[in-house]
Design a protein around this ligand. Structure first.
Ligand code: 5GP
Ligand code: MG
Length: 178
C-alpha cells in the first residue's frame, strides 16, 4: 500500500513519521535547554515553514527567552534559488543577545548565511541555528549547523510545516517527492 499524497502535479510518499520527528525534537530540545538555560536568548522563527517545528520545540523548553519571527523566501516551486527576499524583517533588538534561529530545513544554507550575517550586523552576541531537517549533501555553507533533528537525503520533502506551493504544511508526517 502506498502512503501517498498528491498536490498539484506532484505525488509524495510518506518518509518520516510524526513519532520519529517528536523523538528527534526531544533530543535537540534537551541540548538547547542545557546550552541556553541561563542566557535569556532570542528564538527567531522563520515563517512560514518553521512554525510547526518551533512550537514542538519551544513547548519543551523551560527557560526565559523572547520569541520573534522573520519571513524570508528563497524557493520557487521545488528549487532553492539562492536569491533571498526579506518579506518580514527583524523587529527585535538583538544587540548583545544570543540568537537561536529555528528553521524547518537547511538545504543549500543560503538562507542561514543570510540570516546569520543580518543578525551579526545587528549586533547579536552569538548566532546559531536549530533545524528540524537538514540535507547535508546540498549544504554549501561554511557555518556550523549546531542543532539538527533529522538529516535527510537531497530530495524535496513536504509536511510538518514544509510546503509545495503552499500545500502540505499541515501533514503531521514528512513526505518525500516520489
Ligand atoms: P536554503 O537557503 O538552505 O537553500 O533553503 C532554505 C529554505 O528552502 C527552507 O527554509 C525551505 O523553505 C526551503 N526548502 C529547502 N529544501 C526544501 C524541501 O525539500 N522542501 C520544502 N518544502 N522546502 C525546502
Ligand atoms: Mg524555511
Amino acid at each position: 500500500m502506498c502512503e501517498c499524497v498528491t498536490f498539484l502535479d506532484k505525488t509524495f510518499v510518506k518518509y518520516i513519521t510524526s513519532e520519529e520527528i517528536d523523538r528527534a525534537v526531544a533530543r535537540v530540545a534537551a541540548e538547547i535547554e542545557s546550552e541556553y538555560r541561563d542566557d535569556d536568548p532570542i528564538l527567531l522563527i522563520t515563517l512560514n515553514g518553521a512554525v510547526f517545528f518551533a512550537v514542538d520545540l519551544i513547548k519543551r523548553l523551560d527557560f526565559k527567552c523572547r520569541i520573534t519571527c522573520v519571513k524570508v523566501s528563497s524557493y520557487a516551486g521545488t528549487e532553492s534559488t539562492g536569491n533571498i527576499k526579506a518579506l518580514i524583517g527583524l523587529n527585535e533588538d538583538v544587540k548583545g543577545k544570543r540568537v537561536l534561529i529555528l528553521e524547518d530545513i537547511v538545504d543549500t544554507g543560503h538562507t542561514y548565511s543570510h540570516l546569520h550575517r543580518m543578525l551579526s550586523e545587528a549586533g547579536a552576541k552569538d548566532v546559531r541555528i536549530a533545524t528540524m531537517t537538514m540535507k547535508p549533501d546540498a549544504y554549501k555553507g561554511d557555518l556550523p549547523v549546531h542543532y539538527v533533528c533529522l538529516n535527510i537525503p537531497n530530495r524535496f520533502v513536504i509536511g510538518h510545516g514544509l510546503d509545495y506551493d503552499g500545500y502540505g504544511r499541515n501533514l503531521n508526517d514528512i513526505y518525500q517527492l516520489k
